[in-house]
Design a protein around this ligand. Sequence first.
Ligand SMILES: *Cc1c(COP(=O)(O)O)cnc(C)c1O
Length: 381
Amino acid sequence: MVEWRVPLFDPDITADDEAAVLRPLRDKWLTMGEATREFESAFAEHVNVKHAFAVSSCTAALHLSVLALDLEPGDEVLVPSLTFCGCANVIRAAGATPVFVDIASKNDWTLSPDDLKAKLTPRSKAFMAVHYAGFACQTDALMSIAESHGMALIEDCAHALFTRVSSRACGTNGAAGCFSFFTNKNMSTGEGGMFVTNDDELAEKVRLLRSHGMSTLTLDRHQGRAVSYDVLRTGLNYRIDEMRARLGLSQLKRLEANLEKRRAVYRAYLERLNGIEGFTIPFSGRKIDEVGIHIFPVALDSGINRAAFIQAMKERGIQTSIHYPAVHLFSAYADFREAACPLTEDIASREVTLPFYPHMSAADLNTVIEALRESLRIAGE
Ligand SMILES: *Cc1c(COP(=O)(O)O)cnc(C)c1O
């Protein structure tokens, strides 16, 4: 393993988290029990939503969202190309067709409402919006498109734990909100996710789909509330376990404090990068008081060689990443290569993500900035 001087992310795991994980092991009830219920209701309270289902990943939550919409082959789901591949993968896994939509601008890397409208067809059934880096999409515009065209809005909130717009949490604007607790996310259970909705009907479908479509749970049978079950829909196993639910509850307690730290690190970055040339920072001009910032992305100027920059940073012990390669240019999406997403293709070719985590120190920041200055010079030659 490479010893990074400054890693891309560094999970915040405490002694409380360790103790939390041990509890279900000692109680010997390992899946879908009290911890899961507590986690779901605490999470629902935090985002102020009616229903929350803890699941095995955000990808599972996204898959459940499209499955619960009862799509048919040929139905189209619009999705950004500047996102994690899981968004488009689940659309295809559900038998529908992804339609790739561009980002709004070189500063706003979220779904373009104009391009979304331009790509609607009579087969459009739903669309996904990703709150990139934690910055909210153009929510009002997207909600009104969803409403006027009778389409479901699925919010991918993997980066947006918790972003609020006028005190309203991302994930509660459309039909469904999907969150991730993967290792590098704003809170982590290793693998894990949450599906949220205010729609009672969608909630009932997801409840079934998450657990094989079965009418009763193992816990109900264990507690003597039920002896048998029926299978009401063809479902999957997308459940979380009690160890992860306890870890999630423990992490949730520190989340708001961690988000405050993330915002402080973000502000320090902006201040320290001010005046350095060779790149731009997206979402400039946005207020960040209610943004649950997840990553620190920049777009290198076109005169900077990205591969050389990343290599120079690596040689200085700084880990970077790319969010994201354009999904419509992946091999598995060869049929979609002609999707018109020029802004996405441009940004995807120049984006680099810098190290970012809540407990990043001033010394860590200095190390990154110094390496960045040198790497820009080397990669610009
Ligand atoms: C991480 C991520 C996902 C997938 O989350 P998992 O919990 O790993 O399945 C989906 N969308 C976005 C934007 C992500 O960053």
